[in-house]
Design a protein. Structure first.
Length: 209
């Protein structure tokens, strides 16, 4: 990753996890942005202002990382990412040192793999994806841009997540299943068949809500 200092986009709970990861990697943090004036990531990390302040920075002098997670809606993260890329800013991949990442896995710009996660051979993580704490992505999975695989979720081999999917905490998706764009898999659900776009599924086995 670049040795330029990082600006964290967002100042919520996920941003604190990002701070911890950057520190484990020995990276410099310039500060963070958040529309909430009361947001804090600790006294030693400067609150730079609203997200718009980023455009006052030189894209050749800093890099960005997304500090915004998603409970269900991934759309805001997607739009923020696209906006800053359009201004010329880079989002390097962020890989926690305690993650297990197969050398054959492919990680695109801005993707984050958090502590304890396992990414197996042939997996593809698209732009701005989060594979969160202790999640498991098995062989040949394809995770579309801006999707979030929440803590403890399990994707068996050859699972396809289309863009902007949220897989809830502790959910499991069996081998070969496809989850359509903008869909949500509820926490703890077990998905055994394909899910259409724009659908929320919950339960064991998972069914539309």
């Amino acid at each position: 990753m670049s040795e330029r200092p990082f600006i964290i986009v967002g100042g919520g709970g996920h941003a604190r996890v990002v701070v911890s990861t950057l520190r484990r990697l020995g990276k410099s943090i310039l500060g963070f942005t958040d529309p909430d004036k009361e947001a804090t990531l600790g006294d030693d990390i400067e609150h730079l202002g609203r997200d718009e302040i980023i455009t006052e920075k030189d894209p050749s002098a800093v890099v960005l990382t997304m500090g915004m997670g998603s409970v269900r809606d991934t759309g805001h993260r997607a739009s923020l990412f696209a906006e800053q890329v359009q201004y010329g800013f880079r989002f390097p991949p962020l890989i926690h040192p305690d993650a297990v990442l197969a050398s054959e896995a492919m990680i695109e710009a801005g993707a984050q793999v958090m502590a304890g996660s396992v990414i197996q051979p042939g997996a593809l993580l698209g732009e701005n994806v989060i594979v969160n704490t202790n999640a498991s992505v098995d062989h040949d999975c394809q995770i579309g841009a801006h999707s979030h695989v929440a803590p403890g979720a399990t994707l068996s081999g050859e699972v396809v997540l289309e863009p902007q999917v949220h897989v809830g905490t502790g959910a499991s998706i069996i081998q070969g299943v496809k989850i359509g764009k903008n869909s949500v898999v509820g926490a703890g659900a077990v998905v055994i068949k394909d899910v259409p776009p724009e659908t929320v599924v919950v339960g064991v086995p998972a069914h539309p809500k």
